[in-house]
Design a protein around this ligand. Structure first.
Ligand code: ADP
Ligand code: MG
Length: 297
């Protein structure tokens, strides 16, 4: 097995599922020429593994999967082309379904062929496969301005390295930045880490909070000084407008202490919904220069 596969296997699966069963569609799959010519009905059952608590909390369809859309996609896969095997069909359905959203971390697919050409009486024949989603690239911003910031950030990196189902890809240098948010407080030390992870985004957020708490993080004042702050800047191409987890991070594009270290690790970085990080940073610097010139006049 590849290394990528190995780290992916020990990510805990979401315990919640959506189940879609008995999805019937006409297709032309089978080894026999007659099956390809005449076609027959196939029936598919899906179990989708994703965290459902966020959608339930806000009663918001955008935080879960639209099962009507998934059903239509599966229907289209069954109706398109012609495979010899339902094994192949099941695999294609798993691939199409997993591509639907990074929120979906695994899928179980059963494909039934109740009219298969079997010369004895039978009621059903089916294959069932289980497939995990590929890891997603998460961008994590780290910051600290209380205590031994350098040590706290380095410890946070060690903790990131140990996360289940994840592989730490790169960590930037720590750079010093002035605080934002209008509260008088010490300068920050900031950096960015790139993590490939099979943890679902909410599970990842929970892990970030655990690491912050272990560093003695308290929350008295919003944007106040802190021993450790871990923000998820982006998770794959996912866009989520949930106050508990907003993706991409709503202020990332206007923070040079996020964009600069990120760019140092990945010159081609993209902020989902906003474009190339290099261009965002260019804009930020131009705006800062214009503001400074305005002050000089
Ligand atoms: P901040 O990082 O904005 O200074 P906190 O670290 O105290 O403030 O986070 C406040 C809340 O922001 C967290 O409880 C978390 O649920 C929420 N949050 C929303 N989106 C994100 C994100 N992308 N990364 C981290 N936290 C987020
Ligand atoms: Mg934070």
């Amino acid at each position: 097995m590849s290394r990528a596969g190995e780290f992916a296997q020990d990510a805990p699966l979401p315990t919640d599922t959506i189940q879609l069963t008995g999805l019937r569609a006409f297709g032309r799959h089978g080894v026999l020429a007659e099956e390809k010519r005449e076609g027959q009905d196939f029936v598919c059952d899906l179990t989708l593994y994703l965290s459902l608590a966020p959608a339930a909390r806000r009663d918001d369809l955008n935080l879960t999967l639209n099962y009507a859309e998934i059903a239509q996609r599966v229907h289209a896969v069954i109706g398109t082309g012609s495979f010899d095997l339902i094994e192949t069909l099941a695999q294609r359905i798993a691939q199409e379904t997993l591509a639907f959203s990074p929120l979906l971390r695994a899928v179980e697919v059963s494909v039934h062929k109740p009219s298969a050409p079997i010369p004895v009486a039978f009621s059903d024949v089916a294959v069932r496969i289980f497939r995990r989603a590929k890891p997603e690239r998460a961008v994590i911003a780290l910051g600290s301005n209380l205590g031994d910031s350098r040590a706290l950030l380095n410890n946070a990196v060690s903790a990131l390295r140990k996360l289940p189902g994840s592989r730490l890809v790169a960590v930037s240098d720590w750079l010093r930045s002035a605080p934002v948010g209008g509260i008088a407080q010490p300068d920050y030390l900031n950096g960015v880490a790139l993590l490939d992870t099979c943890l679902d985004p909410y599970e990842l957020l929970a892990k970030m909070a655990e690491i912050e708490n272990a560093a003695g993080r308290t929350r008295e004042v919003r944007w106040g000084p802190r021993t450790l702050d871990l923000d998820i800047i982006s998770y794959g191409g996912l866009e989520l407008s949930d106050p508990v987890l907003t993706l991409p991070h709503p202020r990332a594009h206007e923070r040079d202490f996020v964009l600069a270290p990120w760019l140092s690790l990945d010159a081609a970085a993209q902020l989902p919904g906003r474009g190339p990080v290099a261009e965002l940073r260019e804009k930020l610097i131009t705006a800062a220069d214009t503001a400074a010139e305005g002050e000089e006049k």
